[in-house]
Design a protein around this ligand. Sequence first.
Ligand code: PPS
Length: 401
Amino acid sequence: MNAWRAFLLMLEKIINHVNVFSYIKMVIDTILPTQASACRVYYNLLCSESFRRAIDPSSSPPAPFLTVSHTITIIIFMETVKEDNLQEFLLTLPSEKNWDGTPLLLFNETWYPANSIRGAVSFQQNFRAQDSDIILASMPKSGTTWLKALTFSVVSRDRYSPKESPLITAPPHELVPFLEVDLYLKSQNPDLDFPPPRILSCHTHYTSLPQSIRDSNCKIVYVCRNPLDQAVSDFVFVRNRVSGIANPSSSSSSSLIDEGFENICRGVQSYGPFWNNVLSYWKASLERPDKVLFLKYEDLKEDIILNLKRLAEFLGFPFTEEEEKEGVIEEISRLCSFDNLKDLEVNKNGVRPSGMRNSAFFRKGETGDWGNHLSPSMAERFWKIVEEKLDGSGLTFKISQ
Ligand code: PPS
């Protein structure tokens, strides 16, 4: 009997003890014994919510039975196979095309850009959170760059006045790196030895975050944006990567946007489906308001001062009365404003290590630009889909035009 078959039989035995995994047993019976498929089952098992609940003694409702030794065996197995078989495993994932035709891969119910999925998997497996960490999470194109600038400024204001802020010479994405792309895509073991609090960011859904982020006392700030503006901003960004068009006119872009529109209606977009991404954090923010702060781009636009105060309070860096009187909140809001950041030399002319121009992260910075790119019928159709998906959650969006 080869090692794979032995492992699968052992896994099958474990699964026999655990009712919630009976579906995995069925899958194993069907696909045994190809290596790639085994990896896939095994990854899905490890990353599934049920598995997490199973190994979390504090889970409610009580978890099904799974012994520590079973868990360790599975994890050791994972360590052995992950390097050898990741490539093979990735080839087994369902694939679709992004706006620009580049592949997206479905893993853990999330559409990852194929060129960054290794980083996303590595982040999920290897990152260990510290209690003092601040994780900024978002669906792409929802205000991440803005949130990075705001959070960095709030947390470091005792070190730098707005006039000498590192934001003047470094782009927000350099000061607050992406875990999936900037850090774990380059190395399985990136240098994370920053002075606390470490501010890091990701687009990964809450349900797929490394367990240590959820278990530690670190804070998560999530920013989302109405799905129409988010989709349009993503569309322009992704298309620009290929064409180099600065800001396509509404007429030229509308035909291009048609091509990818069907996909977003099915949830196929970078780190989508949109509704799964936002709902995962929305639910977490309701269940754990001390852990997850849920912000909306439109609210930040409407009242940045109020939201800066909420952010600072949540992170444990509240503004003092004296600071309020001195206008520190206004100064931070001005420093991080779209117009100010966009016009800084570093953001106008600098280039990210990936080759992407910093200016690509500052386009219009408005709400309601979707009206210039989506026809009313497209907008209505997508909006209805999103509304249905969010139905009953209490999460709503303003879609001004
Ligand atoms: S990314 O790639 O995920 O980091 O992109 P993200 O920063 O989430 O989204 C980019 C959009 O946010 C706008 N932006 C801002 N709006 C307001 N204030 C500030 N400071 C700011 N910085 C960036 C940016 O212009 C993108 O939106 P669109 O609609 O495309 O202009």
